[in-house]
Structure formats: C-alpha cells, structure tokens
Design a protein around this ligand. Structure first.
Ligand SMILES: *Cc1c(COP(=O)(O)O)cnc(C)c1O
Length: 383
C-alpha cells in the first residue's frame, strides 16, 4: 500500500505518538487535544494518481492505512465538481461551482470519513465501534462497520427523523435514542469507551475520520488543475471537512503539488445553532456551547464543536467568514438549486448558497471569483 504515515501529532500540545498507538485524543495530562496523522516527506508525483480508481483511496500514500486488506471501501469519494452557471446567474456570480457529495455511499460525505476511520480501526484490531450522530454519520459508520464485520453502536438524539435510525438498523447497528442533542449522545459514547466497551469514533476524537474527509481538498485541487478556488463555503457542524481540507492543502504544498495560495474558508451554520459565527464575530479562539440548538439541517446541529479552536483558526488565517442562515433561507435555497440545476440538495448544502448570496449582497464576497459550494449530502433523506 506504501503509505507515508509516520506518526500522530497533537494539534494542541504538539506531542508525538507512534503510528500504531490506539489513542483517540492526546493522552497527555491536561491536554486531550485532537490528534492528526503526520506523513513522511517523500517524493510523490501528482500524476501518479491519475489512473487510479476515483475513490478516497487513490491518495493512498497520504492515507493512514498500511495494509491494503484493511481498506473498507464502498466506492466513496471521487465526486464531481459541477459548474452551476444558471444558479450563479440568478445573483450575478460568474464562476460558481458545487462539489456534489450526494452520490457517496449512504448519501452523504460522511462516507469519506467513516471509510477511513473504520479501515484504520480494523487495522488496529478494534472489533466494535460507537459514535454519536445527528444522522448521516451514524448511517455511514453502520454501513462501513457492516462491511468490515465489526459491531457498531449509534447514539442519536431522540428527535432525529426516523429514516436515519432505520438506515442504521438495516446495516445491523444497535441504535440508542437519547433525550437531548448530539453532545448528550457523545457523553454516553465516551463513558462506554472509558469502560472498554467500544472504540469511540466521534468526530475528531479519533484521528482518522479527518483523514477521509481531507480527500475533499485533494479532489478540489485536482479538479481545478492544481489551482485552488478563491473561496470555499462549507456547512460546518463538527468541522471535520473544513479542517481536513486545510490539512490537505498543507500536505499538497509540502508535496510540491500546489503553491501557497489558499481559498478563503467560509463557515456557514444555521441561525438556530451558530456557535462558530458567534465566536468569530466576538474575535474568540474557542466557541461557547449554543443553548437550545434547533435547525432541520441536522448535520449543523452541533452546539459545541470539539475542534472549535481549529475551525476558528482556519477561518481567521484564510481571511474567511463565519455566517449563519435561517432554516427558511435554506428551504428557499433548496428550491433555487433544484430549479436551476436539477440537483436535490440537503439543507446543509443549500445553506452554502444562502451564505454566498448574503455575503455577496453585503460586499464580502466577490461575485466574479471562483467559489466552491459544498452539497454535503442528498436531499432524499430529509423529506
Ligand atoms: C455532518 C454533516 C455536515 C457537517 O460536517 P462536519 O464536517 O462535521 O462539519 C454537513 N452536512 C451534512 C449533510 C452532514 O451530514
């Protein structure tokens, strides 16, 4: 498989750990920061991947799995970047794109992260995984666990639409409905993990989901001839995709595949759960828990992202923005995208279009620049 995986590094205290260690977060006293996979600096020709199958595993040297037999794949990744001229023309945008993640296995980009995390869990010898989910992560974890012959426990808020529960159950996962939100679910998963019941694969509380999601960044560069777009608008819950892309950009620059240019990284959240825009507006480096979080965009209902400090740093460093849009704006945007482009997007994806319009109207986004919106999943799951 020839992975360049070298070791794990803590994003908070910079301590290093062996690549075969089974830590979820940094074990140093008083730290507990997210861990990142770090790779050896070795030459790799970006043209070498061109003929490989279009899944996240085409970047295998920069993925953390070492033995090919441990890769658990359902064909995730390799999604199209689609030029949306008719949609853009509605509001005067001239170089607008949508990265359409709806064709992923289990209908969302969560497949990227869970393919990577389950593969690495298999390599490390874990037989049972568990996670809290707002919906899509649970389905993806359950699917990849089934394929890996692993047990899977999914903890969902008890008001999650039934479809998400049914999907997990079809893949043979055990589902627990929890009163409260995803943070209450996360607490139960952490307790079970501390008792040794299972391996916790919560967003950024294990190092490998972000490795799967970083492939969004590699694909973005490849899709545009190794020149990144001017702005990326990303519907942010836990922030794994945003953080992953930023990591991918740095990796690609070290590989000599891209230059120092970075897109403005724009976070969009729901008005009913907007901890990142609030913290960003106040100039804070961490976010406070958002009380009574409410939005039908379930992927955005994360009241306190674990890696808030990484998200906020990326927004700042990239000269980005963090904005909130209402559920009504998302509904309207779903129809505009559907009518203009024939794409049935999820509410989270629709939110990126609402954000683009609002930012441009406020003079904070250049309508002539190359802008990539992310449709992170299919609309079918939200009917
Ligand atoms: C989970 C999810 C998000 C948020 O993704 P993060 O990388 O955790 O911020 C956005 N959209 C959909 C459809 C999701 O399922």
């Amino acid at each position: 498989m020839s992975s360049f995986f070298a070791h794990l590094g803590c994003t908070k205290c910079a301590r290093l750990y062996d690549r075969d260690s089974r830590f979820g977060v940094c074990p140093a006293e008083g730290c507990g920061g997210p861990l990142f996979a770090r790779y050896h600096d070795r030459p790799l020709d970006r043209g070498a991947v061109a003929d490989r199958p279009r899944t996240i595993w085409r970047w295998r040297e920069m993925m953390p799995v070492e033995a090919p037999e441990h890769v658990v794949s359902l064909g995730e990744g390799g999604t199209p970047s689609i030029s949306v001229e008719r949609l853009g023309a509605r509001e005067g945008f001239s170089d607008l794109w949508i990265k359409d993640e709806s064709g992923n296995p289990t209908g969302s980009f969560k497949a990227r992260g869970l393919s990577a995390a389950v593969s690495k869990a298999k390599e490390l010898g874990f037989a049972r995984i568990a996670l809290p989910s707002a919906g899509n992560a649970g389905g993806a974890a359950a699917a990849y666990a089934a394929r890996a012959a692993m047990e899977c426990d999914v903890f969902l808020p008890d008001d999650t639409p039934p479809l998400f529960r049914v999907e997990c159950e079809r893949y043979g996962a055990r589902v627990t409905l929890v009163p409260g939100l995803i943070d209450a679910c996360g607490k139960l998963v952490a307790e079970g993990a501390a008792e040794g019941k299972w391996h916790d694969v919560s967003t950024l509380k294990e190092p490998y989901r972000v490795e799967g999601k970083k492939t969004l960044g590699y694909e973005l560069a490849e899709d545009f001839g190794w020149e990144l777009p001017d702005a990326v608008i990303y519907p942010t819950g836990g922030g794994t995709g945003l953080i992953g892309m930023w990591k991918a950009f740095a990796e690609m620059e070290r590989l000599g595949w891209i230059g120092p240019k970075r897109p403005r990284m724009i976070v969009v959240q729901a008005a009913g759960c907007a901890p990142i825009p609030k913290a960003h507006a106040l100039g804070k480096t961490t976010a406070e828990k958002w009380e009574n979080a409410e939005t039908y965009a379930s992927g955005l209902r994360v009241p306190k992202p674990f890696a808030d400090f990484l998200i906020l740093a990326i927004v700042r460093e990239s000269g980005g923005e963090a904005v909130a849009v209402s559920d009504d704006e998302m509904r309207a945007a779903e129809s505009e995208i559907g009518e203009s482009e024939g794409m049935f997007v999820c509410p989270e994806g629709a939110a990126t279009w609402s954000a683009a319009k609002n930012l441009a109207a406020g003079g904070k986004l250049d309508r002539r620049s190359r802008i990539m919106l992310f449709n992170t999943g299919t609309g079918f799951k939200y009917v």
